[in-house]
Design a protein around this ligand. Structure first.
Ligand SMILES: [Fe+2]
Length: 177
């Protein structure tokens, strides 16, 4: 753990009906989710800037919708960590240590960008899913609700991105033939 993350914030004691051990464990999971979400946000914005090719307009616009959604989610996740009385990670050092998603060093092809974003949304979904049981066992409904919402978004976005890579279905292909 870095010096300033995962720490109980020094302030007025918290008594919300979730014990300290559970609050810290849930916050630790949410910190990993925040790191994945922030890394995926940055990757999506990077691809919005650098995508090229015949799918430019579609992908440039689609990535913009996606990075805006991820940007807003950073705040929701971080502020849930704070409501649990724990310091939220907020530096590149923290995020690169906590994230399960690797950064992209080069500029991939448009198709590879889509594949990398599918991987990123799936990885972020796996991280969110790994925390939900702890939250539910501790009766932390607000965290469980947040995680359910994030899972829906990551699974739906991964499906939409995956669909761009799939062959046309035979019904659609014969219709257009
Ligand atoms: Fe832009």
């Amino acid at each position: 753990m870095a010096k300033n993350t995962g720490k109980e914030a020094k302030s007025v004691p918290i008594n919300i009906g979730i014990d300290e051990k559970d609050r810290r464990e849930i916050a630790e999971g949410l910190s990993r989710l925040l790191a994945d979400n922030f890394t995926l946000y940055l990757k999506t914005h990077n691809f919005h800037w650098n995508v090229t090719g015949p799918m430019f307009q579609t992908l440039h616009t689609m990535f913009e919708t996606q990075y805006n959604e991820l940007w807003m989610a950073n705040d929701l996740i971080a502020e849930r960590i704070r409501a649990l009385g724990v310091v939220a990670p907020g530096t590149f050092e923290d995020f690169s240590r906590l994230s399960s998603i690797k950064e992209q060093g080069d500029v991939p092809t448009a198709k590879d960008m889509i594949r990398l974003l599918v991987d990123g949304h799936e990885a972020t979904a796996r991280t969110a899913r790994s925390v939900i049981e702890t939250a539910e066992e501790a009766n932390d409904t607000p965290t469980a609700d947040l995680l359910t919402e994030r899972l829906q978004i990551h699974e739906k976005t991964a499906w939409m991105l995956r669909s761009l890579l799939a062959e046309e279905s035979s019904a659609a292909a014969s219709k257009s033939a």
